[in-house]
Structures are given as structure tokens and as C-alpha cells.
Design a protein around this ligand. Structure first.
Ligand code: ADP
Length: 498
């Protein structure tokens, strides 16, 4: 037995060991490594022998390693495995390995050698790697979301800033700043609101949630950025301890909000102008007819006064016409204004047949008299609920348009057919006004309800737009029958009273 030990060479024992072993000389150069060490590190023996041991150590720990090597060589003593000595080595692929090591000094002829036995401390390295990976993930997520992190310790009054925060605050080289320094970068106008938000979050009765938006002025270049900050105050024994949170640069968002606001303001102005123009046009539309009639009556009066023989009866009739038209204009304006101001619609029970007759009379009186009205009325027509004057206005507009259209043709007689019937059971009454004029070209037909659309030299183009709005305000609909065989055929409905 003793003989066998004597015959066993150091190298045989060394190579047979299951654990990784390495022998270095007093200057730290590798003298020998065993097969297990070769397998663990992945290098060829020839690559390692003669190499300084520190070359196996991860570069960032080499300085530290040199220090410990010196300490060990000054006072060589055995250190067992799992005694907490660790080393981060690089394998042949450059991967870091955390090793548990044992150290044993061996003295041979005044020379000190170090025997190092090591094994991979796998579990801890995995945990470190997982931590590094999660830190990396957090870093990438922060970068992608442009987030900064801050940690304000109330007791020390110090704020920790991460890289992104340091950039924004212009404090590239300081990881922590005093709270006063931190606040100094905040725009003076935004400090009070932000402070109130912090105080609210510091109230132990609150959820501790902190939310604020403020501007910061970078002290290094004077640039101004908008920041959105969110965080939570943490309490210790019921007292606020620290505020940890994230910030996001929302300068671009604020800029586009501002742009949108300006645009909205401009659009509102344009709309207001359009409403003003439409209102003026609607008024002009309402006054056009009575003014023309008043002018015509006044000319008759003047003419009569200039001639020697004038009849007092004719004069009286013309002046009565003037009065009547003036009053009508007043009533129209009053109605129109009420409608434009969206005042409450005053409706009444009305017999549509009567309303149609009234409208026809007004059109005759306006000098549109030379046409032939044909009326088709359904038996037992129900009354409708409507604003009488407004429906009159719609009918007058339809009759006038019909006459004007027919006058462009050389017709011996101008006929307007008006039909009155019920639809949808008896829920609605429908009025159809059809002329014998040229009808409408499809491209014109598409646009006739648009405000200001007109094909007439002195037209305003508001009649049909106003008519449709009036019918809709009265609960019905107004449309053009695009398939009419002769002339133009308009329909409108009104709710019937059962
Ligand atoms: P305006 O009479 O001032 O032109 P309207 O809104 O009442 O305004 O009419 C718009 C346009 O619709 C008219 O210019 C005309 O081209 C067309 N239109 C309306 N009624 C008729 C009709 N009965 N026959 C042919 N075209 C019509």
C-alpha cells in the first residue's frame, strides 16, 4: 500500500482528480492544469501553461485579483472550497464563469506553489445572469419609452437621477442632487402646482400616488422641455419616506396639442364667419321679395302722382300693398331670427290644404300670378302639426322656383301640380309640387340643397337649403324626385295628427 503511494506520480493523481485543479508558481504563472480543469475552461493545456493566472480572470476583476494574490502569497495558508472565495473566470469562448475555489500553498525547495481546486458555482451565476438580463430588459424598455427614473429620499433631501433624468436636468455627471438643485431646474411657473401634487401624495390618508406635468429648463443649455411625472410616495411607520417615480418627455405631445388648439380656434373663426355670411344671406333671401314688391308699388304711386289723372282707389291699393309687404318682411325676419337662434319651435295644428292656398295667394300677390295651379287632394286628410309660417315659406319657395324655371321655356301655360296625400299608414302627410319646366340636370340636382348653390343670375341659392332645414325642424323631410318624367318634382312630409 505504502509502495503504491510511493510509485504514484503527482501528475497521475493530479490528472485523475474529478475536480478541476491548477498549479501555479509563486509569481502566479500556471505550471500545470488537470484534465477536469481543461474541460471546465475549454483551453488546451499548452495554451495555459506558462500563462499568468490573472489572464483567466475577467478583465474587470483583474486588479482586485492581483491584490488578493499578493495578500495570499505574503501569508500563504490553506483556504477550503466553499469558504467564500470566488473568482470570475473567462472560458475559452469568453463566457464568464463564477468559480468557487480552494487554495493550498505547497512548498518545494524554498519555492511556493499554489494549488487551486475549483468548481463552477452554477446556481449563483444563473441568478446573476437573470438579474443582468432583467436589468437589460428594464434599460431597453426605459429607452424605448423614453422614461427616466427618480428616487427622492425625504430624510436626506437627496434625489437620485438615472441617466435619462440626468440628461434632462443637465446633470450628466451627478447621480444624486440635492432637492433644491432638483427644483431649481423646474420652470418657476410650474413649481407650485407640482409641490401641491407632492404634498397631496405625502398625505398618509392618500394612496400616495403622485402625478404632475411641468416644464424644466436645462441649466446647461437653457432648453425647455415638458415633463410628465408619475410616482408613488412610500411610507414608513405612517410617515412619508421616499418618492419613487418615472418621468417622460412630453414636449412633442404638448407642441402638437398647442398646434391643434390654434387650428381649432381658426376653424371656429371660419365657422363663425360662415354662419354670419349664411345668416346675412338668409336675411337677404327673406327681404328680396317684399323689397321688390314695395319698390314696384312705390313706382306705381309715383307714376300716378306724376300724371294728372290718378285714381285715389288705385293709390290706396298700392299703398296698402306697400304696408302689407312691409309687415310681411317684418314677420319673415322675426321668424327667421327665431329659427336661426334655435328658439323653441312654436307649432300648431294646421290644415295643409289651407296652408297651400295661403302660399298660392302670396305668390300671386308677389306678381308671380300667371300660372295654373292644379290641386289633387286625398279625401279625409288628417291635419298636421307644424309651424304654419315656416311651411308657407317652403311652399312659396317651391312655387316661385317652379315659375322661374318654367319662364325659361316658351310655354303657352305654366302649370304647377300640387298633390296632397298620406304615407306610412297615416303617420305622415306628403306634399308633392311638380312643374312643367325643364327639370334638373343630374349634376345640378345633386347640389341644389347646398347653401349658395344657384344657377340663376340674381339667385342667392339659399331657398332650398333653408326650406330643407325648416321641414326637418318640423319633423319631416324634403327631397327632389330624381326620376320625374316632366319638370321638377319636389316632395316634403310632415307628421300627421291621427
Ligand atoms: P335660388 O332660387 O336663389 O337659385 P334655391 O336654393 O331656391 O336658390 O334653388 C337652387 C337652384 O335649384 C336653382 O338655382 C335652380 O338651379 C335649381 N332649382 C330649384 N327649383 C327648380 C325647379 N323647379 N326647376 C329647375 N331647377 C330648379
Amino acid at each position: 500500500m505504502i509502495n503504491a503511494i510511493k510509485e504514484l506520480s503527482f501528475q497521475t493523481v493530479f490528472d485523475a482528480a474529478a475536480d478541476a485543479m491548477l498549479l501555479a508558481d509563486g509569481s502566479g504563472r500556471i505550471v500545470w492544469i488537470n484534465d477536469a480543469a481543461q474541460r471546465l475552461l475549454g483551453y488546451q493545456k499548452s495554451e495555459l501553461i506558462g500563462l499568468a493566472l490573472e489572464m483567466l480572470v475577467t478583465p474587470r476583476y483583474r486588479k482586485q485579483y492581483r491584490y488578493y494574490q499578493k495578500l495570499f502569497l505574503n501569508k500563504p495558508a490553506r483556504r477550503a472550497l466553499n469558504a467564500g472565495i470566488e473568482l470570475i473566470a473567462l472560458n475559452c469562448e469568453g463566457k464568464e464563469l463564477l468559480l468557487d475555489i480552494s487554495l493550498s500553498p505547497i512548498k518545494v525547495k524554498q519555492q511556493v506553489y499554489i494549488l487551486m481546486i475549483f468548481s463552477a458555482a452554477k446556481r449563483r451565476l444563473d441568478a446573476e445572469e437573470a438579474l443582468r438580463a432583467s436589468e437589460e430588459r428594464l434599460r431597453l424598455a426605459k429607452q424605448a419609452a423614453d422614461l427616466g427614473i427618480f428616487d427622492y429620499d425625504f430624510k436626506s433631501n437627496i434625489v437620485y437621477l438615472d441617466e435619462q433624468m440626468r440628461k434632462l436636468w443637465g446633470k450628466q455627471s451627478e447621480k444624486t442632487v440635492s432637492y433644491d438643485e432638483f427644483v431649481a431646474a423646474i420652470h418657476p411657473e410650474d413649481r407650485a402646482a407640482r409641490q401641491t401634487a407632492i404634498e397631496k401624495a405625502m398625505d398618509p390618508a392618500s394612496t400616495g400616488e403622485f402625478k404632475a406635468q411641468y416644464r424644466i429648463i436645462n441649466p446647461s443649455n437653457g432648453s425647455e422641455r415638458w415633463i410628465s411625472a408619475r410616482g408613488r410616495v412610500y411610507f414608513e411607520d405612517g410617515y412619508p419616506n421616499r418618492l419613487i417615480g418615472i418621468t417622460r418627455d412630453i414636449t412633442e405631445q404638448k407642441k402638437s396639442q398647442k398646434k391643434l388648439q390654434v387650428q381649432r380656434g381658426e376653424t371656429e373663426n371660419i365657422l363663425k364667419q360662415q354662419v354670419a355670411v349664411r345668416t346675412a344671406s338668409a336675411i337677404a333671401h327673406e327681404l328680396n321679395q317684399p323689397l321688390a314688391a314695395i319698390s314696384a308699388y312705390s313706382e306705381v304711386v309715383l307714376h300716378a302722382l306724376n300724371s294728372d289723372n290718378f285714381s285715389a282707389t288705385n293709390l290706396k291699393r298700392a299703398l296698402e300693398g306697400c304696408v302689407e309687404q312691409t309687415q310681411r318682411a317684418g314677420r319673415s325676419l322675426h321668424e327667421l331670427l327665431a329659427f336661426l337662434q334655435k328658439g323653441e319651435l312654436v307649432t300648431e295644428r294646421a290644415n295643409l290644404n289651407d296652408v297651400i292656398h295661403e302660399a298660392l295667394n302670396i305668390v300671386y300677390d308677389d306678381g308671380y300670378g300667371r300660372f295654373h295651379p292644379v290641386l289633387y287632394l286625398e279625401q279625409n286628410l288628417p291635419d298636421v302639426q307644424c309651424n304654419r309660417i315656416q311651411i308657407q315659406k317652403v311652399l312659396i319657395n317651391l312655387f316661385r322656383n317652379a315659375v322661374e324655371a318654367m319662364r325659361t321655356m316658351d310655354l303657352p301655360i305654366l302649370t304647377i301640380i300640387t298633390k296632397l296625400q298620406t304615407i306610412n299608414g297615416k303617420d305622415f302627410a306628403m306634399v308633392v309640387v311638380q312643374d312643367s319646366g325643364p327639370g334638373l340636370d343630374p349634376t345640378v340636382a345633386k347640389r341644389i340643397f347646398e347653401p349658395f348653390f344657384t344657377t340663376k343670375p340674381s339667385g342667392i341659392g339659399m331657398g332650398l337649403a333653408i326650406s330643407r332645414a325648416l321641414i326637418e325642424a318640423n319633423g319631416g323631410q324634403l327631397w327632389l324626385d330624381a326620376n320625374a318624367i316632366t319638370g321638377a318634382k319636389f316632395h316634403f312630409t310632415l307628421p300627421a295628427i291621427s
